[in-house]
Structure formats: C-alpha cells, structure tokens
Design a protein around this ligand. Structure first.
Ligand code: SAM
Ligand code: SF4
Length: 338
C-alpha cells in the first residue's frame, strides 16, 4: 500500500473538470474579474481517464467530480461512462445544482452514484447576496427532482458564514430531513479565492452544534469517521448531520485526498501552493509505468497538513493575496475543486 510520510494512504481523488462557474459565491469567487485557465490546457476525457486508471494502480478507490461548476463541462456524462468503463465504482459529484435538473438522468445513467449539492440558504434574497446570482429556484427545483432518483448517497453542503446564513442552520437541517438528504455544515475556510475571509465570520463546529442542540435536544457524536472530512452527529429526532470543521478542528491527519485542477496540476493539499504538472507528462509520450512511478513518488513524499498549519498562524487573514491569485489561478478554490 502506498503511504505518504505521515502514513496516510492515497484513496480519494477530487477531479476538477472546469474552473468556470455560473455562480459567484462570496466565500469562493467574490471578485469581479478572474484569470481563467486556457481551454487547450484542460485535460481531455481520455487524459483524465488514463490518469485515473494509473492512480487506481497506486491504490486510488474513490473519485469525486468537481469544479468550478462541473455541469458546465460539455458532455460530462461521457467522462463518467469512461470512468465506469475502467472499473471506477461509487462515482461522486459536487454541484451547485443550478443545471442539475436537466442533467441528472444522464449522469445517473452514466454511473453517478453519490451526489452532493451545495445549498447555503432557503431565502431568495440571501441566495442573491451569497451567490451573486438569483438561481435559488433552479437549485430547489433540481433538488426536488433528484430526490426521486434514488442516488446511493445524497448530501447537501452548506458553508456557514456569520451574519449571512447562521440563523438558518435549523431551517436547513429541517429542509434536508424533508428531502431525505444528509446535510453537512462547513466552516468558512481561508483558502485561496476567499479574499473576504475574516476569522470573525467563521461559525465554529461548536457553535453549529449548540444551535442544533437548542432545537433538537441531544447531539450525539457518531464514530467511524475514517478519512471523511465531516464529523457526523445524531440529533434528538434521529436525524444525522455532518460538520466539516476544517478551521477549528482540522482533519489533516486522516486526509487521503489528491486534487486535480482541470488543467492537470495534481495537488496534495487544499492549501498547497505548488503541485505536480501531469498535463505535459500525459502529452509527452511517457509510458504508463514512467507516469506511475512519478505519481507514486509524488504521494510518497507528501507531508502536507495545510489546515493544521493555518491554525498556528497568528492574526490569521486571507491565505493568498489577490495579486497572487490573478497571477496563478491554480491557487483558487474554484480551480482546485474544494
Ligand atoms: N461548484 C460546486 C459547488 O459549489 O458545489 C463545486 C465546486 S465548489 C469549489 C466545492 C465546495 O467548496 C462547495 O461545497 C463550496 O461550498 C466549498 N467552498 C468554496 N469556498 C469555500 C470556503 N471559503 N470555505 C469553505 N468551503 C468552501
Ligand atoms: Fe460557488 Fe461552487 Fe461556484 Fe465556488 S465553484 S462560486 S462554491 S458554486
């Protein structure tokens, strides 16, 4: 089994298929101008499939498709078919849900089994403020549609930002229960792209659980988290919710994730400033075994624990400056896939 320098095995790939997005969430894309990846630099489906095939030889088990907004990538179901064709099972996708209603059937037919939809609010005016687009209705309509499709796993992801949606935690939890989805509350992270991040806007796991406890009575931690980013809790009514406490209780020690930007940079951490460029490698005529040994070496020398290191920073503010982001879009959260 391939392990990194902290004894962590490679098991999950977050595969970004585009850096484009049809929303502009203020915790992710608050700026009015962005530097985009160049279209010819995006990995083709054939290149992505080859890379996943080689990573599977090194122990990769799970693939989650992300973006930007992954549903903006043309013919996405074809990629899913190609991945299931090489034996990938349990394919997962994270989407903002805007275009999901139209695409969900084709994605499911192509092998999508696990679906996560981001939903930060149930209020149109708050949605317009957070996402800087008025698309709540399309997202709700997609959710109503996909609930009937019987995905093996169906989750909602909510980034909690103080003063924006922290008063909706209980309403969103209730909404998730009605929908038959598991909701996960995510602490607002100071990742690249989050240029408006401020520690005072972070609503901690502890505060989130207090709010839930005040309504639902007991909040019992469930064990068996493994390498999953969310700690799970059972509420007094039996409902299960997750919390991703990357700011106040980072889970770097159990992180089994590799990330791929749409233009082929492999990253060992959400906070990594550099990575391994596989695009040129895939286009260089290198053999499978040559690429495999480079991928293996890349994981084997991994030491990253970015979120833990951020907790040691005094007077913590945004992680990457706007100038750095404009010069290197691969530092953006919407480019590295969350
Ligand atoms: N566009 C899709 C979506 O929003 O679900 C997929 C890509 S998005 C970058 C993946 C995840 O990153 C989303 O759940 C989003 O809420 C999360 N995210 C983005 N910026 C964040 C931040 N500053 N802190 C915490 N989570 C963030
Ligand atoms: Fe929002 Fe996801 Fe788009 Fe970022 S990539 S702006 S989180 S929808």
């Amino acid at each position: 089994m391939l392990s990194d320098l902290r004894g962590r095995a490679l098991a999950t790939l977050r595969l970004s298929v585009t850096d484009r997005c049809n929303l502009r969430c203020t915790y992710c894309m608050p700026e009015s101008r962005y530097t985009w990846l160049e279209k010819p630099h995006l990995l083709s489906f054939e290149e992505l499939t080859r890379l996943v095939r080689l990573l599977r030889l090194l122990g990769l088990e799970r693939v989650r498709i992300t973006g930007g907004e992954p549903l903006l990538r043309q013919q996405l179901p074809r990629l899913l078919e190609m991945l299931t064709g090489i034996g990938v099972r349990g394919l997962a996708l994270t989407s903002n849900g805007v275009l999901l209603e139209k695409q969900a059937d084709a994605l499911q037919r192509a092998g999508l089994e696990r679906l996560t939809v981001s939903l930060d609010t149930l209020k149109p005016e708050v949605f317009a403020r957070v996402a800087q687009r008025q698309e709540l209705q399309s997202v709700l309509s997609s959710l109503a549609y996909v609930r009937g499709l019987g995905f093996k796993e169906f989750k909602l992801d909510t980034v909690v930002v103080r003063g924006i949606n922290d008063e909706e935690i209980v309403d969103l939890t209730h909404f998730a229960a009605q929908l038959g989805a598991e909701i996960r509350f995510i602490e607002y992270m100071d990742v690249g792209g989050a240029t408006r991040w401020d520690s005072r806007l972070v609503v901690s796991q502890q505060e989130i659980l207090q709010k839930l406890g005040a309504t639902y009575g007991s909040v019992q931690p469930l064990g068996g988290r493994g390498s999953a980013p969310a700690a799970r809790f059972q509420l007094g009514n039996g409902q299960v919710v997750g919390v991703v406490a990357s700011v106040t209780q980072p889970f770097c020690a159990d992180c089994d994730r590799l990330r791929l930007t749409a233009d082929g940079q492999l990253l060992l951490c959400l906070y990594a400033k550099t990575g391994l460029d596989v695009r040129d490698l895939l286009r260089s005529g290198a053999s499978d075994s040559e690429i495999c040994s480079l991928l293996g070496e890349f994981w084997a020398q991994r030491q990253d624990q970015g979120a833990v290191e951020r907790t040691r920073v005094r007077g913590r503010s945004g992680y990457v400056s706007l100038e750095e982001l404009r010069a290197n879009p691969r530092l953006e959260m919407h480019t590295r896939g969350g």
